[in-house]
Design a protein around this ligand. Structure first.
Ligand code: MTE
Ligand code: MO
Length: 330
């Protein structure tokens, strides 16, 4: 829904103080095109005129994001080549090999798409993709990403803080955690026949983690919409946690009172905790977490980087865990 303001034309329903003016203007132009009856595909085709922070690789529809004012939103490290970020993936619904998602995920149907937001909220709502694209201004966030397996990437994501969606549905005081459920479609996902994990893939956050401005509801990367293998059309990105917390192709968001039972923690509770904050001092029982290999830099012989506490986002998120024993709550 677009709210009309008689003075200034169209006003974003959730314009916030962390939104840069450029992002706001991009958004406003987008909304005007939507109001003119354009389809989302039309709106995306139209967006190239808007100033984009990252030039897209020219593979998918453009989805540029404005500059983010969120602290820590842009690492200065060099983004991983698009080719590596889209061919070396974990998306077990399509198979367990790193190359499986790029080979099989094109079969996933990403339109139409809805995300049902339910549970302990005052305003439960089913968002379609168009609703999500309009909910808040798109920002580019260049985040370090660290997989629990010991590799990392730097990815320019496009999206906005999940907090915008949280505000829109008005969580009840009893909502303490949030669950993300992702798509299960046996017809297009060969991996769900294997019982490596319980499907759907479920992840979760504590409410203060979910509301943290760095927690990104993600609709694009490298200035374009998400490739299917990276979790199209909408996924989570929580940059201070291990990669598996970042559920791909989200279809349901539930607000709950109890800590969610997440897929990885259910499959191996001693290996994958609920928090899964990146921590070089708390090792996986079967391997060290002290260092990481940056994908796209020199293959298997690449120098190993030192892994940082909270993946380097400690100044932004450290206070969420004050007084917590990070060995116990791993
Ligand atoms: N639905 C779903 N989401 C998922 C996974 C998965 O298997 N299924 N794998 C996770 C893991 S282990 C990682 S490291 C990241 C990888 O994201 P990327 O391929 O976009 O880099 O996605 C996460 N999200
Ligand atoms: Mo991962």
């Amino acid at each position: 829904m677009i709210i009309r303001n008689p003075q200034s034309g169209f006003v974003h329903p959730l314009a916030s103080d962390i939104t840069s003016r450029q992002a706001y203007l991009n958004r406003r132009r987008w909304m005007l095109s939507m109001a003119a009856g354009a389809t989302v595909a039309g709106a995306m085709a139209w967006v190239p005129q808007a100033r984009a922070a990252t030039r897209g690789p020219g593979v998918l529809a453009r989805l540029p994001g404005g500059e983010s004012a969120v602290a820590g939103a842009r690492t200065i490290e060099k983004p991983t080549p698009y080719k590596d970020a889209t061919t070396y993936n974990n998306f077990y619904e399509f198979g367990m090999d790193k190359s499986d998602p790029a080979r099989h995920a094109h079969r996933m149907k990403v339109r139409p798409w809805t995300v049902s937001v339910e549970g302990l909220v005052g305003k439960p709502r089913v968002f379609d993709l168009e609703d999500l694209l309009r909910l808040a201004p798109m920002e580019e966030r260049i985040y370090r990403m660290r997989c629990v397996e010991g590799w990392s990437m730097v990815i320019p994501w496009v999206g906005y803080s999940l907090s915008h969606l949280i505000e829109a549905v008005q969580p009840l005081g009893s909502a303490k955690y949030i669950e993300f459920h992702t798509l299960v479609d046996p017809d297009t996902m060969p991996g769900v026949r294997a019982r490596v994990l319980e499907w759907p893939y479920v992840e979760g956050l504590r409410m203060d983690e979910a509301r943290h401005p760095l927690t990104l509801l993600t609709l694009g990367m490298y200035g374009e919409v998400l490739p299917n293998q990276n979790g199209a059309p909408v996924r989570m990105v929580i940059p201070w946690k291990y990669g598996f917390k970042n559920g791909k192709s989200v279809v349901r968001i539930r607000f709950v009172e109890q800590q969610p039972a997440t897929s990885w923690a259910k499959s191996a509770p001693d290996e994958y905790g609920f928090y899964s904050n990146v921590n070089p001092d708390v090792h996986h029982p079967r391997w060290s977490q002290a260092t990481e290999r940056r994908i796209g830099e020199g293959g298997l012989n690449a120098r190993r980087l030192k892994t940082q506490l909270f993946n380097g986002y400690e100044p932004q998120v450290g206070q969420l865990y004050t007084g917590m024993d990070l060995r116990r709550f791993f």
